[in-house]
Design a protein around this ligand. Structure first.
Ligand code: IPM
Ligand code: MG
Length: 401
C-alpha cells in the first residue's frame, strides 16, 4: 500500500516538475512589455465578479469613464463588459475561469475586476481554484503592486508581491500521499524572482526612493526563500544608489505596527504568500482592505482589483449598495497610471485621500447609516472637479520635518 502511494506521489511530483520547468523556459523567452500608446483603442475589460463586486466595479467604471471621457469619445479608450466570471458559472464549468471567459479576457490588455468568491473545502461550491490565482497565472501577471498611504501618519508604502510563484503556484496541486500524510509544494525560480525584484528596484529608482526592503523567511524556508533573497542580492548591485535591507516576515509583521519604525519602509518586495498576508495588515492602517487597490502587472496584460473578497454576507443582508467602492476606485487610479494617464491617476488618488481620509464629508460604513457606494463615487467626482484639489490635499499633509 505505502509503496503504491509513494509511486503515485512520485509520478505526481514528476508532472509538476515538468510543468514548472516548461514555465521557466517560457519566462526565458518572454517578449518585451506591451506599449499602450500603440493600442487603438486601449480596450479595458470590466468583470464585476461576485457578491458586492458588480456594485463596486460599476462605481469604479463610472469614475474612470468620467476621467477618460475625451479618450472614449476619441475612441482611444474603450470599455467592454465581460460577463460570466461568477461563481455560478465557474461551478457549472468546473473551472476557475470558464474557457469562453478566459478567451474574452485575453482580448483585453487591461482588466478591471471585482472580487470573486474563492471556494474552499466544505463550501456549497465545488472546491475550485481561486479565479484570482488562475487569472494571475493564465495572464502571467507576475507583479502584484499594492500601495498603502496614510499621509497624516507619514506612511507611504508600496508592496511588490510576487504573484505567480511561491506557495500559490502549486496551491491546488498538493497531494494526500496517504490518508495521514498531506504534502504541498512551493516553487521559486530564478527568472520569477529576478523579474519582480527588478521591478521593485526600478520603481524605487524612478520615484527617487532610496530604500527597498526584501522580506522572506529564508532562515527557515531555506531553499525557495533563500533563492529569492539571493536574487535580491544580485539585483541590488545594479542599483548602488538604493539602500536595501532584508527582513524576516515575522519581525516585519511586528515592525509595521511600530510607529517609530514603520515610516522608514517605502518599497517592499516579497514572495507571494507573505505578500498576501502583509498587505492585508498594511491596508488596515489606511482604513482596512476596503480602501486598498491592487495592480496585477505582467508584460502583456494588467489587471486591477480590490484586495478584499466579495463580502457575500453584505449581499445576503441587502447591504450591497452600501459597499465601499474605494478599493476599486483606487485600483482604477492605478489603472490610469499604468496605461499612461499618470496625471489623472494622481488626481484620483488625491481625491480618494481627501474623501476617504482627510475630509470625510461622506462616510461609507457598509450599512444604511452610511453613504451608498454611488454617493461616495459622486463625492469623488465632485472633488475631482475642484480646481483647488491639490491645495486641499496639501493642506492636510504633515508639515515637513
Ligand atoms: C488577495 C486575495 C487572494 C489571494 C485570494 C482571494 C485567493 O486574498 O488578492 O490578496 O490570496 O491572493
Ligand atoms: Mg489577500
Amino acid at each position: 500500500m505505502s509503496n503504491n502511494a509513494i509511486e503515485r506521489a512520485k509520478e505526481h511530483f514528476g508532472r509538476l516538475l515538468e510543468a514548472q520547468l516548461a514555465r521557466v523556459e517560457r519566462m526565458k523567452t518572454d517578449e518585451g512589455w506591451i506599449d499602450y500608446a500603440a493600442l487603438q483603442p486601449i480596450l479595458i475589460g470590466v468583470c464585476g465578479g461576485d457578491g458586492i463586486g458588480p456594485n463596486i466595479s460599476r462605481e469604479a467604471q463610472r469614475v474612470l469613464e468620467h476621467l477618460l471621457r475625451p479618450e472614449i469619445q476619441g475612441r482611444n479608450v474603450a470599455f467592454r463588459t465581460i460577463e460570466g466570471l461568477t461563481i455560478e458559472n465557474r461551478a457549472k464549468a468546473g473551472k476557475a475561469i470558464p474557457d469562453d471567459v478566459l478567451a474574452e479576457l485575453k482580448e483585453c490588455p487591461v482588466i478591471l475586476k471585482g472580487p470573486t468568491t474563492t471556494p474552499r473545502a466544505g463550501d456549497p461550491w465545488p472546491n475550485l481554484e481561486s479565479a484570482n490565482v488562475a487569472m494571475r497565472r493564465e495572464l502571467d501577471l507576475f507583479a502584484n503592486m499594492r500601495p498603502v498611504r496614510v499621509p497624516d501618519q507619514d506612511i507611504d508604502w508600496t508592496f511588490f508581491r510576487e504573484n505567480t510563484e511561491g506557495a500559490y503556484v502549486l496551491g491546488s496541486e498538493g497531494i494526500n500521499v496517504t490518508e495521514d500524510l498531506a504534502i504541498d509544494f512551493t516553487a521559486v525560480t530564478t527568472q520569477g524572482s529576478e523579474r519582480i525584484i527588478s521591478l521593485a528596484f526600478d520603481y524605487a529608482a524612478r520615484n527617487a526612493i532610496d530604500r527597498v526592503t526584501v522580506v522572506t523567511k529564508a532562515n527557515v524556508i531555506k531553499t525557495t526563500d533563500g533563492k529569492f533573497l539571493d536574487a535580491a542580492r544580485r539585483i541590488a548591485t545594479d542599483y548602488p544608489e538604493i539602500k536595501w535591507d532584508d527582513w524576516y516576515i515575522d519581525i516585519m509583521t511586528a515592525k509595521l505596527v511600530d510607529p517609530k519604525r514603520r515610516t522608514e519602509f517605502r518599497v517592499v518586495v516579497l514572495p507571494n504568500l507573505y505578500g498576501d498576508i502583509l498587505t492585508d495588515e498594511a491596508a488596515e492602517f489606511q482604513g482596512g482592505v476596503g480602501t486598498a487597490g491592487s495592480a496585477n502587472i505582467g508584460k502583456r496584460y494588467a489587471m486591477f482589483e480590490a484586495i478584499h473578497g466579495s463580502a457575500p454576507r453584505m449581499v445576503q443582508e441587502g447591504r450591497a449598495e452600501y459597499a465601499d467602492p474605494s478599493s476599486m476606485i483606487r485600483a482604477g487610479a492605478m489603472l490610469l497610471n499604468h496605461i499612461g494617464f499618470a496625471d489623472r491617476g494622481r488626481r484620483l488618488e488625491m481625491a480618494l485621500d481627501i474623501c476617504g481620509n482627510l475630509e470625510r464629508r461622506l462616510v461609507v460604513t457598509g450599512r444604511a447609516n452610511g453613504a451608498k457606494g454611488s454617493e461616495f463615487a459622486g463625492y469623488i467626482m465632485e472633488t475631482l472637479a475642484d480646481e483647488r484639489l491639490e491645495e486641499r490635499w496639501r493642506g492636510h499633509q504633515p508639515a515637513p520635518a
